[in-house]
Design a protein around this ligand. Structure first.
Ligand SMILES: [Zn+2]
Length: 101
């Protein structure tokens, strides 16, 4: 994890979305839940960063989590992209065989 302690929380605000570069927001969903539930998310409609479902008790914690989670998620996405690429290559052969019939 990246040490961002000098820049934590409200002072810095949420960094731009690591996936699309758009602005990120923090919203308190405590109306839906009984306890405070701050969630940071990207404002781009179909972005991966839009579906942030981790809620925190303070705005500062939500921002800190948003600002420090990108490396892990990006690594996971790259890993999944490699798996998809491998599966796509495996699927190409049977499809071509079917076209030849
Ligand atoms: Zn985004």
């Amino acid at each position: 994890m990246i040490d961002t302690s000098p820049f934590d929380g409200l002072l810095l605000g949420p960094l731009p979305c690591p996936f699309c570069g758009n602005t990120a927001h923090v919203k308190n969903f405590s109306v839906l839940h009984e306890t405070p539930a701050f969630v940071a998310f990207c404002e781009t409609k179909d972005c991966v960063g839009r579906n942030s479902n981790k809620a925190f008790q303070t705005e500062e914690r939500a921002i800190t989590a948003w600002n420090t989670r990108a490396p892990d998620l990006l690594a996971e996405i790259k890993r999944q992209a490699e798996v998809i690429q491998e599966l796509t290559l495996l699927l190409k052969e049977p499809v071509l065989e079917n076209l030849d019939d």
